[in-house]
Design a binder for this molecule. Structure first.
Ligand SMILES: [Fe+2]
Ligand SMILES: [Fe+2]
Length: 381
């Protein structure tokens, strides 16, 4: 079999430019809608997918740079592609948005990447071959998980022209969040689960590690909800700030995925070890709302720089106590929570400093100032 002739460099770059346009808007809007998707399974999938999409976009930008094309914003999409992007933009609910993404936008990407793979020269363009193989596999999985595998998109979006030297397409920002949504079988109350006492959330000698079955049921249920809230906060940080550098969105997408993975860990622990399930106890959003009310800098200082930073001590304390009691399965959960918390705290330092003109000391000062308004559990006093 003879090798395909392949694409010339410019046509190849145009294909990647079109993929970048689609993924850029998917990453933006998935982050915006994810908190108001009530289903836990679908919310998890959105957190997972948005991280894949952000990484894929980073790699496509890199490939554009290698092909000597604008990587930051590769020209404006054609009117034909804009019609698809506009359908995502104008969605009025999470469900409507997901229908457009999983039955039109991602299938369009998949179709174009398959055509791309079939026609590229696997030797001269091996970097594209490897990259597309990897991204295609993940995108196909996304559609299997949340879409309808039978759907396909008629046109090859890879061939759509791009108009260079134009202003970036504006990314619509959804209305501010009132509160995140949960499955309808989960009761949401003002104060959350009354079983959860302050001793569970303070640092130092007063801290209480839940060791009995009943208190662990409540504790991990509350922790699962806290992980979801953390994911949702990162998602909205990304969505509400399209002006931030691209790496910020990659960091937020990564943390979003980490937090929904943590929620999944607690979900499984409850089912497999603790004899309870998601929805067994009420949840509340007062802490989420208190953080969400701040601007981006405030959220980074108080959530990443304070809440997550202080949680590190408690996770390590919990792990040690539970190990000593021989509760290895439960103790091990905290090992990875603790490990993942390190980059999450760093996200606060990295982007908080960025917002303060690159000054890490200004960030630390701001964290100190905002912490003064908190009680010993980290909640607003
Ligand atoms: Fe977490
Ligand atoms: Fe975290």
């Amino acid at each position: 079999m003879t090798r395909p002739l392949g694409y010339d460099v410019d046509d190849n770059a145009i294909r990647f430019s079109n993929y970048v346009h689609v993924l850029r808007e998917i990453a933006h809007f998935t982050s915006g809608w994810m908190p108001v998707e009530p289903s836990w399974e679908r919310k998890y999938a959105l957190g997972d997918h948005v991280h894949d999409d952000a990484r894929a976009l980073t790699k496509f930008k890199r490939r554009l740079y290698e092909l000597r094309h604008p990587a930051e914003y590769p020209g404006a999409p054609s009117p034909e592609l804009e019609r698809l992007l506009d359908r995502m933009t104008s969605a009025a609910s999470a469900g409507e948005y997901m229908t457009v993404v999983y039955t039109e936008a991602k299938p369009a990407l998949i179709r174009a990447m398959r055509i791309h793979l079939d026609n590229l020269d696997p030797v001269s363009d091996e970097p594209s071959l490897r990259l597309l193989t990897q991204v295609l596999e993940r995108q196909e999985r996304h559609v299997r998980e949340l879409g309808d595998a039978a759907t396909s998109f008629d046109s090859d979006i890879g061939t759509f022209p791009v108009r260079l030297r134009t202003e970036p397409r504006e990314l619509r920002i959804l209305a501010p969040l009132d509160e995140p949504l949960r499955d309808d079988f989960v009761e949401v109350t003002e104060t959350g689960d009354p079983y959860l006492s302050r001793e569970l959330y303070v640092n130092g000698a007063e801290n209480h590690v839940p060791v009995e079955r009943e208190e662990q049921q409540h504790f991990f249920h509350g922790l699962m909800d806290a992980e979801l809230s953390a994911a949702e906060l990162m998602a909205r940080n990304s969505h509400e700030h399209p002006e931030m550098p691209w790496d910020f969105h990659v960091d937020m997408a990564r943390q979003n995925w980490d937090e929904v993975r943590h929620a999944r860990l607690h979900d499984l622990l409850m089912k497999d070890e603790l004899g309870c399930r998601w929805g067994d106890f009420p949840v509340g959003f007062s802490y989420f709302k208190s953080i969400y009310a701040y601007d981006l800098l405030g959220r980074l200082c108080l959530f990443n720089g304070t809440s997550e930073q202080r949680a590190m001590w408690r996770h390590s304390h919990r792990r040690k106590t539970l190990m000593e009691l021989g509760q290895e399965r439960v103790a091990m959960v905290f090992d990875y929570l603790l490990a993942d918390e390190v980059p999450h705290v760093h996200n606060g330092v990295r982007w908080g400093s960025y917002l303060l003109g690159g000054s890490e000391s200004a960030y630390r000062e701001k964290v100190r100032e905002l912490r003064a308004a908190l009680d010993e559990t980290g909640a607003p006093a």
